[in-house]
Ligand binder design. Structure first.
Ligand code: DGT
Ligand code: MG
Ligand code: MG
Ligand code: MG
Ligand code: MG
Length: 258
C-alpha cells in the first residue's frame, strides 16, 4: 500500500536496541511497596508468602520467555538474565521492559489468592523495570553478587531491628542501638536476643534463585525393567549462595559464553 502523508510520524521514533552479544539484565522492582506491604500487613521483616508469590512470578517468566537463563529475587525486586545471544524482540529495550514487567505484574495479581487466600488485594500493584547490558560473565556475576550482598545487609539489619522492637525497644532506640554496628555486632545483638542468624530460613538470608537446570527424568522402563532416562530442562527455585564459585562451577552451562 502507498505511504500515507502521515507516515512521516514514524521518523520521530527513537532506536533503543540494546548492545549485541551482551548479557541483558532486567530488574523489576515493586512500586511503593513500602505502602503496599503495610496495607497488606506483610510480616516484618520478611513475609514468606509475599516472597513465594514473587518466586511464582519469576517461575512463570521462565515458562513464558525461553531466553531467560537465570534470575535472582529479594524483597520486592527480581533480576532476570537473558542469554547473551538473545534476539528477543530484536533486543529493543522498551519492548523487552514493557512486555516482561506487564507479564510479571499480571501474574502477581492472578496468583495473589494462591498465596494469600485470606487477604483481599486492596490496591493495584505495579512494578518498574529497566534493562542493563553487561559485556562479560564476570560482571554479570558481580551484579548478582551485589544484589545478594544487599539482601544480606538489609536482612541482617531488619532482623535485628524487629527483634529489638519485639524486646520492648522503641523504633528510635532500636535505630540508635544499630547505628555504626558491623556484621559481627549485629550477630552478637541477635544472639543476645536468642536468635542464631544462620538458623533463619535461607529464603530470607540468601534470597531466591530461579533458573533452568538439566535434570534426568525416568520416562519409562524398558522390557528388562531398566529405567529409560531423558534429560530435560526444568525450572528450579533455590536459595543458594551465588557470590562464591561453587554454584557457578556446578551450573557452568547457565552463564556460558556462546
Ligand atoms: P520504590 O521502589 O521506589 O517505588 O519504593 P518502595 O517503597 O517499593 O521501596 P524499595 O523497593 O526500596 O523497598 C521495598 C519495600 O518493600 C520496603 O519498604 C520493604 C517492603 N517489603 C518488601 N518485602 C517485604 C516483606 O517481606 N515484608 C515486609 N514487611 N515488607 C516488605
Ligand atoms: Mg523502585
Ligand atoms: Mg520497590
Ligand atoms: Mg526494592
Ligand atoms: Mg501490537
Amino acid at each position: 500500500m502507498a505511504n500515507s502523508k502521515y507516515e512521516y510520524v514514524k521518523s520521530f521514533e527513537v532506536e533503543d536496541k540494546l548492545m549485541p552479544s551482551t548479557w541483558i539484565v532486567l530488574r523489576i522492582d515493586g512500586r511503593h511497596f513500602h505502602q503496599f506491604s503495610d496495607k497488606h500487613e506483610f510480616k516484618k521483616p520478611n513475609d514468606e508468602r509475599a516472597l513465594k508469590l514473587m518466586n511464582a512470578c519469576a517461575e512463570a517468566m521462565f515458562e513464558e520467555f525461553p531466553d531467560l537463563v537465570f534470575s535472582y529475587g529479594v524483597s520486592d525486586e527480581y533480576s532476570f538474565v537473558f542469554k547473551k545471544t538473545t534476539e528477543f524482540y530484536n533486543r529493543r529495550s522498551s519492548k523487552i521492559v514493557s512486555i516482561t514487567v506487564s507479564f510479571f505484574t499480571s501474574v502477581y495479581v492472578m496468583k495473589w489468592k494462591d498465596f494469600f487466600p485470606d487477604k483481599d488485594l486492596k490496591s493495584i500493584p505495579s512494578f518498574d523495570a529497566r534493562t542493563v547490558c553487561y559485556p562479560s560473565t564476570k560482571i554479570v556475576r558481580d551484579y548478582l553478587a551485589w544484589r545478594q550482598v544487599d539482601c544480606h545487609i538489609n536482612n541482617q539489619y531488619n532482623t535485628c531491628f524487629w527483634k529489638l522492637i519485639e524486646s520492648g525497644k522503641t523504633k528510635s532506640e532500636a535505630q540508635d542501638r544499630l547505628k555504626g554496628t558491623q556484621t559481627q555486632d549485629k550477630n552478637e545483638i541477635l544472639f543476645q536476643l536468642g536468635v542464631n542468624y544462620s538458623d533463619l530460613p535461607a529464603i530470607f538470608r540468601k534470597g531466591s534463585c530461579v533458573f533452568k537446570d538439566k535434570v534426568e527424568e525416568i520416562v519409562k522402563y524398558n522390557e528388562n525393567g531398566q529405567p529409560v532416562k531423558r534429560s530435560r530442562n526444568k525450572v528450579i527455585t533455590d536459595h543458594c549462595d551465588i557470590i562464591g564459585d561453587e554454584f557457578w562451577k556446578e551450573h557452568a552451562s547457565i552463564l556460558k559464553d556462546e
